[in-house]
Design a binder for this molecule. Structure first.
Ligand SMILES: O=P(O)(O)OC[C@H]1O[C@](O)(CO)[C@@H](O)[C@@H]1O
Length: 437
């Protein structure tokens, strides 16, 4: 059993059963051995700053400008719209879900809306719902050239300018992008918008501890705790005496080993916690875009317990045996009020009487894990005692490291996404009129 600060029983269910199925103990040991150089590479990258996602957890100096902007936005606006897509949006959404469960933000915070698509209907609905004078905008794009984000921003600026005048834009709109000439940085310059630098070495899907900070600050979350939780997992993994003691390395070896043996082609992340719904979406991009290269990779599937027990579990148990399951238990066993037996008094529901919702949640998570194991499916469980900024930061770092190490084992570059460029080129050609009848 491997444990890290904040995360418990990270691989327990499966690591103890290696050798029972197609992944032999020898093959697993060889992969674990291969994690040694991967960890060494990460140590070096942290020391020389080559991978900023490894140095961000211990930094605080970059938070100043974000805190200043967040304080101004909190004071001036009822609604803040975060524009951007992929890694420039999903991390922020995963963090925001900690504070806003969909029923409104905490007292003193604006409503934070993430618009990551270019559906005109959604934008129409947004403009109908917000008061321009009380609305702030934060556009995030690492490259500064993503068509969707530029189109979103152009549309929003147009609406704000019409409502408030051009001079007001610099108070209502800010951007986060690389410090270089780009379509986005030119817009910022032209309208004198505040510009927060996006670290050029920080790929979008590894940027959550940077791009997610403004949403966190707007919603009154503790950004230092997010980074401290990430730092604890990083420290534990990189200082472990061998790969077997580094939970992300164990996770990577299991995932890659099962894929090599053709035992899995999909990786299902199923938290039992609504607040981790967006975390699973964030993970989906991280795993897919980092590893899906040259025929490698497994398809990440984001699921939610208990909801998907009632929609996906039949397939998971009795469909193709091609999935690895990672269940996340967010320590809610004690939460909620006990069910009053006076209200639920049917003899068939005696098992619920006096039990809390949290107990039902936890029993279902355990029952699902054991049922999957009973069907011979590879399962691992991650337990956090309590979901908060620290444990969420820990989860982010665990999966970023696991992905980086898996990429090393597969021999692919985790930090690029060359194939998606083809579709972008074609989109540009269509919009320029080529091939459009
Ligand atoms: O932050 P940017 O540069 O706008 O990119 C957004 C997203 O688009 C991608 O480049 C893929 O098209 C992702 O890797 C990235 O997270």
């Amino acid at each position: 059993m491997v444990s890290a600060p904040y995360l418990h029983d990270v691989t327990a269910c499966f690591a103890e059963r290696i050798g029972e199925g197609g992944l032999t103990k020898d093959a697993y040991a060889r992969l674990l051995h291969g994690c040694g150089p991967a960890l060494e590479q990460l140590r070096r990258a942290r020391a020389d700053g080559a991978l900023p996602f490894l140095t961000l957890p211990s930094r605080r100096d970059d938070l100043g400008p974000l805190a200043t902007l967040a304080a101004r936005y909190r004071g001036a606006f009822d609604d803040v719209v975060v524009l951007g897509t992929g890694g420039s949006s999903l991390g922020g959404q995963a963090i925001a879900a900690l504070a806003d469960r969909g029923f409104g933000p905490p007292v003193g915070s604006p409503r934070v809306h993430f618009l990551d698509n270019v559906d005109p209907d959604t934008f129409q609905a947004l403009f109908a719902a917000v008061d321009p004078a009380r609305t702030g905008v934060f556009a995030i794009s690492k490259s500064g050239g993503t068509a969707e984000t530029l189109c979103q921003l152009a549309v929003v600026i147009d609406r704000l300018r019409a409502a408030l005048g051009e001079d007001a834009l610099k108070r209502h709109v800010a951007v986060m992008t690389e410090p270089k000439d780009s379509p986005l940085s030119r817009i910022a310059e032209r309208f004198s918008l505040p510009h927060i630098d996006h670290d050029p070495g920080l790929g979008g899907r590894f940027s959550v501890l940077s791009t997610g900070m403004l949403p966190a600050l707007l919603l009154g979350l503790d950004t230092a705790a997010l980074r401290t939780g990430a730092a604890a997992v990083l420290e534990q993994a990189l200082e472990a005496k061998d790969a077997a003691g580094a939970a992300p390395a164990v996770g990577a070896a299991i995932q890659v080993g099962l894929a090599n043996e053709r035992m899995v082609s999909q990786s299902v992340l199923m938290p039992y916690c609504d607040r981790l719904f967006w975390f699973a979406r964030w993970y989906r991009q991280l795993w897919a875009e980092s590893l899906g290269k040259e025929g490698n990779g497994t398809t990440p599937v984001d699921a939610l317990g208990t909801v998907d027990q009632h929609s996906q579990l039949q397939l998971y148990l009795d469909g193709p045996a091609d999935k690895l399951f990672t269940l996340v238990d967010a320590g809610m066993a004690e939460a909620g009020r006990p069910v009053d037996p006076d209200i639920l008094d049917h003899p068939e529901t005696g098992y619920l009487q006096g039990r809390t919702m949290g107990e039902l949640f936890t029993a279902e998570s355990r029952a699902t894990a054991e049922t999957l194991i009973g069907y011979g499916r590879p399962v691992r469980q991650i337990r956090v005692e309590r979901l908060d900024e620290g444990t969420l930061g820990a989860l982010f770092m665990h999966f970023m490291l696991e992905t980086a190490i898996a990429a090393h084992l597969m021999g692919v570059n985790a930090y690029d996404q060359p194939a998606v460029e083809d579709g972008k080129r074609l989109t540009r050609r269509y919009l320029q009129g080529e091939g459009v009848s």
